[in-house]
Design a binder for this molecule. Structure first.
Ligand code: COA
Length: 249
């Protein structure tokens, strides 16, 4: 896989770094699989007390790989590993800090609703162009975004596909801290170490209480997936994917 996901442990902090810079960290099936495994291991390990999800300079994640979307549509819908990743993220028990340097598109933004603390670079952009691709929101964002940001802002972001700047995302309650791009990883690691140093039992219970009913979240992922599958196979989505993949720069 050429290390498209790099997993390292720094004391009690597990760092999961998406590492496909040539495609701005667009997520492939092997990447979903590696991230799922890294999260599960962290959950099962008493030694790991916090997880950091990070990207590469300029790109946290450009969303799902659109070439794979085109393939998935032919084979009948979202691949099982994508769904497994979303559910693993939703049910994850260890606190997650996100280090968003630059682009956060599609699932690059919606995965943040499952994180507990988000550090972003001043130039970060949060975009969910589902409608432009004739798709619908995923990762339970249709449930979690209105709760987090209020309906009006969630509609503008998830349905009208209006991107948010780092400052706007902070204002909307998606981001905690905005720092220079060069300081994103260190600031996120510092926050993760701060969380890891707190009593693990209390953190686990408090987090569970704050996150609410995870069964509702997972059910919403299933419902979205059902609709996503139909949309993925629609002529309008196929045309949008092909337009992106054949665009002239
Ligand atoms: N799927 C597949 N390939 C992607 C991708 C994605 N989601 N995002 C970026 N890439 C590829 C580009 O096709 C390009 O590949 P190439 O060099 O072989 O042509 C490479 O990554 C670099 O991207 P590029 O578009 O040149 O960078 P940019 O800085 O000009 O723009 C984005 C970055 C993310 C704004 C732009 O690539 C984009 O809009 N990507 C699609 C995002 C998206 O819709 N994701 C799915 C959401 S549901």
């Amino acid at each position: 896989m050429g290390d498209q996901v790099v997993v390292t442990d720094d004391g009690a902090v597990r760092i999961i770094r998406m590492n496909r810079p040539e495609k701005k960290n667009a997520l492939t099936q092997p990447m979903y699989a590696a991230m799922t495994q890294a999260l599960r291991e962290a959950d099962a390990s008493a030694a790991i007390r916090c997880v950091v999800i990070a990207g590469v300079p300029g790109a946290f994640c450009a969303g799902a790989d659109i070439a794979e979307f085109l393939e998935s549509a032919k084979s009948g819908g979202l691949r099982p590993i994508t769904l497994e990743f979303l559910k693993t993220l939703a049910r994850n028990q260890k606190p997650i800090v996100a280090a968003v340097g630059g682009l956060a598109v599609g699932i690059g933004t919606t995965m943040l609703f499952h994180c507990d603390h988000v550090v972003a670079s001043t130039d970060a952009t949060f975009a969910t162009p589902f409608s432009k691709l004739a798709l619908i929101p995923e990762a339970a964002s249709s449930l979690l975004a209105p709760l987090r940001m209020g309906y009006a802002r969630a509609f503008a972001m998830l349905v009208m596909a209006r991107p948010l700047s780092a400052a706007e995302a902070k204002e909307a309650g998606i981001v905690n801290t905005v720092v220079d791009a060069a300081a994103v990883d260190d600031t996120a690691l510092k926050a993760a170490r701060e969380i890891a140093a707190l009593p693990a039992g209390a953190i686990a219970v408090a987090r569970r209480l704050l996150r609410g009913n995870l069964d509702d979240v997972v059910r919403r992922i299933d419902t979205e997936t059902m609709h996503f599958k139909d949309r993925l196979q629609s002529d309008e989505a196929q045309a949008a994917f092909t337009a992106f993949l054949t665009r002239k720069k």
